[in-house]
Design a protein around this ligand. Structure first.
Ligand code: PMP
Length: 355
């Protein structure tokens, strides 16, 4: 068995993979695959409706918000957010807490003024910038809740006088959030929700229609809402597997229960990183991510041998992002704590052998 610490597309629950495989061959005993039925069939509509319902339940989405399953990844949201929410001649505020936040703000510049109100670039994104004032005259504040590449995470969301838009691609469903505090939340599915191919968007309806732009339908949230995420053919398989993963999450006790597990997994792993003389953490402890645990070896000569040592023990996907180096163990919802124990043991054994 492999221990999948990959950053994304990330680990999915084994039982979900089995159910998805069965659905590919014969969906719910109808004699047809989920891949070969109309997206307008009652069967697929049932899948989409259940997926939307589960998102609402698991995140406690209040009235007045729409839940969408779109395509184009979180990267399309980098543009779609300003396209829909940033009026001509207006400005938006961005916190540049990581590489993805940087990409998001670059896309926003196509649509209007972007004010970068805080950045962690000076220290290579190893902390979350906190000292900033949110300009009351901006259309929205854009945040990235978890920085997948360098491994920092917002432990608290700042108060804001303007609507908050948050990229939650790498920590959605991993912890409780108060959706009412946000104007818009988006997340690519491929970490905690399902396979690549669909993007979750939760948007407060009253924010739409104010940007006074002409927006082509596929990029227009209102058109997507009006079409019930079916303005065009939706990514049926990605939505199906997301629905199965959300069912799995619900059966496990939901976000609250998984949050406890995630905190424990993170605690165990960071404790070893801090204790083991061969390794060190990358980010300031107070901002460390509970999803992407980034660490380095004290002696660069140990890097390749440790990777090999880990791989021999079935540990996959811990090589750091190409721009960050070192190691990154992603401990998404579906990763069992037993896999974390295996990694910790490998770190201990490796230290023992390299004293
Ligand atoms: N935002 C964050 C925080 C991410 O981690 C990623 C992908 N790893 C993206 C955006 C880009 O997502 P996508 O590949 O779905 O466009």
């Amino acid at each position: 068995m492999k221990h999948n610490f990959g950053a994304g597309p990330g680990i999915l629950p084994q039982e979900v993979l089995k159910q998805a495989a069965a659905g590919v061959l014969d969906f719910n005993g109808i004699g047809l695959s989920i891949l070969e039925i109309s997206h307008r069939s009652p069967e697929f509509e049932g899948v989409l409706n259940e997926a939307v319902k589960l998102v609402k339940e698991e995140l406690g989405v209040p009235e007045g918000y729409s839940v969408l399953f779109l395509q184009g990844g979180a990267s399309t949201q980098f543009a779609m957010v300003p396209y829909n929410l940033l009026p001509e001649g207006g400005k938006a505020a961005y916190v540049e807490s990581g590489v993805w936040a940087n990409k998001a703000l670059k896309e926003a510049k196509y649509f209007g003024d972007v004010e970068v109100i805080a950045t962690a670039k000076d220290k290579n994104f190893t902390y979350i910038p906190k000292d900033f004032t949110v300009p009351a005259d901006a259309a929205y504040l854009h945040l990235t809740s978890n920085n997948t590449i360098y491994g920092t995470q917002l432990q608290e969301f700042p108060a804001s006088p303007i609507p908050v838009v948050c990229d939650m691609s790498s920590d959605i469903f991993s912890r409780k959030v108060n959706v009412a505090d946000f104007g818009l939340i988006y997340a690519g599915a491929q970490k905690n929700m399902g396979p690549a191919g669909t993007t979750l968007v939760i948007v407060k309806d009253e924010l739409l229609g104010k940007a006074d732009r002409k927006i082509p339908s596929m990029f227009n949230y209102q058109a997507q809402i009006d079409g019930g995420s079916m303005y065009n053919t939706p990514p049926v398989f990605a939505i199906y597997v997301s629905m199965l993963t959300l069912r799995w999450l619900k059966a496990k006790g939901g976000v609250e229960a998984i949050q406890k597990e995630n905190e424990e997994k993170a605690r165990v792993l960071y404790e070893e990183i801090d204790r083991n003389p061969l390794f060190k953490g990358v980010c300031v402890p107070e901002d460390r991510s509970h999803m992407n645990v980034c660490f380095l070896v004290e002696n660069p000569e140990h890097e390749k041998p440790f990777l090999k040592f880990a791989e021999e023990r079935g540990i996959e996907g811990i090589k750091g992002h190409r721009s960050a180096g070192g190691f990154r163990a992603s401990i998404y919802n579906a990763l069992p704590i037993t896999s974390v124990y295996v990694l910790v043991e490998a770190m201990q054994e490796f230290a023992e052998k390299n004293k």
